[in-house]
Design a protein around this ligand. Structure first.
Ligand code: ATP
Ligand code: MG
Length: 448
């Protein structure tokens, strides 16, 4: 057979194998139990922290009309220009998977009148979608925890939102994070600043990187974000937004700084922090880390005082942040805080062929909150004990023919170097409860 024929056949075969063996979408992750366990722990800290500050959960659909995002986030932004998953459905409507959730939250609030004469504090948690180049810490489906507060215009809520973020990072024991804040002022101050910045950058146009040059017309503020060394050198001499603020805008920012200092929050002011979404006004902030390479942003947010009105609602100030869970969890794991990998307290082994009494005992243990895995499917005792060990269980309960006849159970401590104990079957539940309590108290003492 000529070579090209072979090549064609191989290609066809590999295509056929592929179609039988379908892979997941690039940049969209499967999570397995060892990892979901860490996720659940982090998620519960997020929920509880929201709850501590009086924020309540909002859930919006993963799909929205495309216009919602292009109009809220802004046509000149990377998200809208390049990153959205957009399709036309059978009803010929253009829909997009949400790339972030602030626009959806605002849409839901306006649509259901949630902001009429009311202030609102919300949190959300769920997947977002952006078609970016996948790499460590940057995925096409990723997760955000976010909070949003509507109806407050003073700096006290800005400080509160930042404190929520700080508390989450502290509770999770995440180190090496820095907080940067800045203010973008109002729309009108920004227009004046934009003019000054564009004037300055036009003089240096020839030395700007290509990306920045193309932003000069569309979105010059984003140039402040540039990582290009030469552009950064030019920016060092550029006009600073803070010099273009109205006195009340300046006061808002200095009051926020004082509040953060009073509550012991450490921050630095970064004049170049602008954020990539068009809707931000006034306060903006970002937590970054040096531990995750190029994907440094862990959580970011700011005020969006004109967004509600621009979407057709009554003028309502708003502020929020979004925290990336993949990056957060990576940091939690780096810090070795991922929690106990065990997935059982007790493993139940039964070699009698009639497991009804063992199952009843397992249920009684679960009734008092003890995690029990029953070894289903029989097999050799040695194999069952191996499984018990793999489960991370602290105790194994073993019932064989002899034990069943005598009404006893063998209890095997799996994590302590002590022998097996034989106990009357009706004492097992209480005994296990006491043993597990003692075991955990001792462990906690060791951890400290
Ligand atoms: P970056 O500068 O890393 O692209 P961003 O400014 O686009 O971040 P935001 O839109 O502010 O990010 O989203 C808030 C947080 O969501 C980020 O700080 C980050 O932790 C996380 N995040 C954003 N995009 C991704 C992604 N593609 N994969 C994983 N996490 C992401
Ligand atoms: Mg981005």
């Amino acid at each position: 057979m000529p070579g090209s024929c072979w090549a064609r056949m191989l290609k066809r075969n590999s295509r056929e194998t592929m179609s039988r063996n379908i892979q997941g979408v690039r940049g969209m992750n499967d999570l397995f139990p060892d990892t979901t366990q860490v996720w659940q722990r982090v998620e519960s800290v997020l929920r509880e922290t929201g709850w501590l500050y009086g924020y309540r959960e909002i859930r919006t659909p993963l799909l929205e009309r495309t216009d919602l995002f292009s109009q809220s986030i802004g046509g000149g932004t990377d998200i809208v220009e390049k990153e959205m998953y957009t399709f036309v459905d059978q009803g010929r409507e253009s829909l997009s998977l949400r790339p972030e959730a602030t626009a959806s939250t605002v849409r839901a609030c306006i649509q259901h009148g949630l902001l009429h004469n009311r202030q609102q504090r919300f949190w959300y948690l769920g997947p977002m979608f952006r078609r970016e180049r996948p790499q460590k810490g940057r995925y096409r489906q990723f997760h955000q925890f976010g909070i949003e507060a509507f109806g407050w215009s003073g700096p006290d809520i800005d400080a509160e939102i930042i404190q929520v973020g700080e508390r989450i990072l502290r509770t999770l024991g995440v180190d090496g994070i820095t907080l940067e804040i800045n203010t973008l002022g109002s729309e009108s101050s920004r227009i004046r600043y934009r003019r000054a910045l564009t004037g300055y950058l036009l003089k240096h146009q020839g030395n700007l990187d290509e990306d920045s040059r193309s932003r000069l017309e569309r979105n010059p503020l984003r140039i402040l974000d540039s990582k290009n060394p030469q552009t950064r050198r030019i920016l060092a001499e550029a006009p600073v937004l803070r010099d273009y603020l109205e006195p009340d805008e300046r006061l808002h920012f200095t009051r926020l700084c004082t509040m953060l200092e009073d509550s012991g929050v450490r921050y630095s002011i970064n004049d170049r922090l602008v954020r990539g979404l068009d809707y931000y006004t006034s306060t903006v902030f970002e937590w970054t880390t040096s531990e995750l390479g190029a994907q440094a942003a862990v959580c970011a947010g700011g005020r969006y005082d004109s967004l509600v009105e621009s979407r057709g609602g009554r003028s309502t100030p708003g502020i929020g942040f979004a925290m990336g869970l993949e990056r957060l969890i990576e940091l939690v794991q780096l810090g070795g805080n991922e929690g106990n990998p065990a997935h059982a307290d007790i493993y139940v082994i039964d070699t009698t062929g009639d497991s009804v009494p063992s199952t009843r005992r397992a249920e009684a243990l679960r009734d008092i909150g003890i995690r029990v895995i029953s070894h289903c499917g029989g097999g050799k005792l040695a194999n069952q004990l191996k499984r018990a060990d793999q489960s991370g269980a602290i105790l194994a309960l073993i019932t064989g023919e002899r034990e069943a006849e005598l009404g006893v159970v063998q209890v095997k401590p799996m994590r302590q170097n002590i022998g097996q104990i034989e106990l009357p079957a009706d004492q097992i539940v209480n005994w296990c409860q006491d043993y597990l309590n003692d075991f955990r108290t001792t462990e906690a003492r060791h951890d400290r």
